[in-house]
Write a protein that binds this ligand. Structure first.
Ligand code: AFP
Length: 334
């Protein structure tokens, strides 16, 4: 049983020595992310009743149709952090440029990058959704960070995680001391420790990929997915296919049970679909901390040198052995 059931705040206080800011700021930051999660979960639970399904009619910086809930989730994160005294700049999938918070400066030394509503095609059909976040520390003394100062390599993240709105609401995070999962108890409005020190199996039996894109993939990726579907008892094949349309939910499944999620590059779109800074990097940090791997197919995600805020990257993420084997297929060794 261990510490199961303790609150998020108590967990952080108890383990504070190992956390980035023993001042309590980091714990306050996570509590604010948890608050954003509670507010968004509250809206999602009533979404069909309060006219917040469907699209706004606008498109975002990625050229994708914006859902009303994308906008609501993004505004929720902004409101929660604007006068928090914790964060000096925010960047999100829904905003072309980062937002600076002069009202939190010079006290707020954290920068937050996030996807406020991951899997938003699921909003209208009552399927799982998530939010993904990456936390950086800004050491600059000269003033608020410029847009380019948020564009950092994954290895520079000091913490990362995701919220998941499924049959329950969960907050899963790492600050480099293992991965811990908290489940929201709606009765008392608190996140309670439900999954301490999550470790991923070295290999899984499940793969997640949008197979409708099969004919757009390079040959190595196609060969790998064909391999997963062959029958072979010794290697546990065929793998089962599970794809939800929500990256956080699919990675959550792999984190707990093992397996591999892929959003590969395509022949005409080698950069793939997912965003490096606020989707791939934070989930890569989480998965690596749990003993798994995350790769572009040719290199470790966390070592990709980023050039732009909304940069895309191919992503293979999951159990360490599954990711290594997928890389071998992509390199043409299999
Ligand atoms: P949004 O973050 O824009 O909602 O996109 C969802 C997502 O980034 C990820 O959560 C899914 O795994 C993937 O895209 C789904 O994309 P396809 O519809 O192309 O399979």
């Amino acid at each position: 049983m261990g510490r199961t059931g303790i609150t998020l705040t108590r967990f952080i206080i108890e383990t504070q020595a190992g956390y980035p800011a023993a001042t309590g700021e980091f714990s306050a930051l996570l509590a604010q992310i948890g608050l954003a999660g509670k507010l968004i979960a509250h809206d999602l639970r009533r979404a069909g009743l309060i006219n917040i399904l469907g699209t706004t009619g606008g498109t975002n910086v990625q050229g994708e149709a914006v859902k009303k809930l994308d906008e609501i989730a993004n505004e929720t994160f902004i409101k929660v952090f604007q006068y928090s005294g914790l964060v000096c700049a925010l960047a999100s999938e829904e905003m072309e440029k980062p937002v600076q918070f002069p009202e939190n400066w010079p006290h707020g030394k954290y920068m937050l990058l996030f996807d406020p509503l991951d899997g938003s095609s699921n909003t209208d059909v009552n399927m799982p959704l998530g939010a993904i976040f990456s936390i950086l520390r800004y050491e600059g003394k000269g003033g608020l960070p410029s847009a380019q100062e948020l564009v950092r390599k994954g290895t520079e993240q000091i913490a990362a995680g995701y919220l998941m709105y499924g049959s329950s609401t969960m907050l899963v995070f790492t600050s480099g001391q293992g991965v811990h999962g908290f489940t929201l108890d709606p009765g008392i409005g608190e996140y309670l420790l439900s999954h301490e020190n999550i470790r991923m199996p070295a290999r899984g039996k499940v793969y997640a990929v949008n197979e409708g894109n099969y004919h757009k993939w390079p040959a190595g990726t196609r060969r790998y997915v064909d391999y997963l579907k062959e029958s072979d008892k010794a290697t546990g094949r065929p793998y089962s296919s599970r794809y939800s349309g929500c990256l956080a939910a699919d990675v959550h499944r792999m984190l707990l049970g093992g397996g591999i999620y892929l959003y590969p590059g395509e022949t005409d779109k080698p950069e793939g679909k997912l965003r490096l800074l606020y989707e791939a990097n934070p989930l890569a940090m989480v998965v690596e901390q749990a003993g798994g791997g995350a790769s572009t197919g040719t290199m470790r995600i966390l070592e990709v040198e980023p050039k732009a805020l909304h940069q895309r990257v191919p992503l293979l993420i999951g159990s360490a052995e599954d990711v290594s084997l997928a890389e071998a297929f992509i390199r043409g060794e299999r």
